[in-house]
Design a protein. Structure first.
Length: 112
């Protein structure tokens, strides 16, 4: 802030203008241990090519399974190593898209 002589809000506005908006959300799902493994396998499978109407264009498996959804953002599922939790993280360019993706992934996991 001192370097640029701008407030935090002004700096954020510059970043948003350059890179666009991103909206983050997270859901923690309390599951049976077998459901966690099924969910990780499901999202790891290359046959899963879409979440809602968004194409899965790339996967990473560093600390969970992260799916890149076209050019709008990503969703990640990560199993807790100590609890019966599956954490679902999402970041997209619109708050309603983040909400819709979190709801869709939650429903997919519940249906496994």
């Amino acid at each position: 802030m001192a370097w640029h002589g701008k407030s935090l809000g002004e700096l954020l506005a510059v970043l948003t203008a350059e890179f666009g908006e991103y909206h983050y959300g997270r859901v923690d799902l309390d599951l049976k241990p077998s459901q966690k493994e099924k969910a990780i396998a499901h999202f790891s499978d290359a046959k899963l090519t879409r979440i809602l109407d968004l194409p899965v264009v790339r996967r990473e498996d560093m600390d969970g399974i992260k799916l890149y959804l076209g050019d709008v953002g990503w969703v990640m599922v990560r199993a807790s190593g100590t609890e019966n939790l599956l954490r679902v993280y999402c970041e997209t360019s619109k708050p309603e898209t983040t909400r819709r993706v979190l709801e869709a992934v939650t429903q997919m996991v519940r249906n496994l």
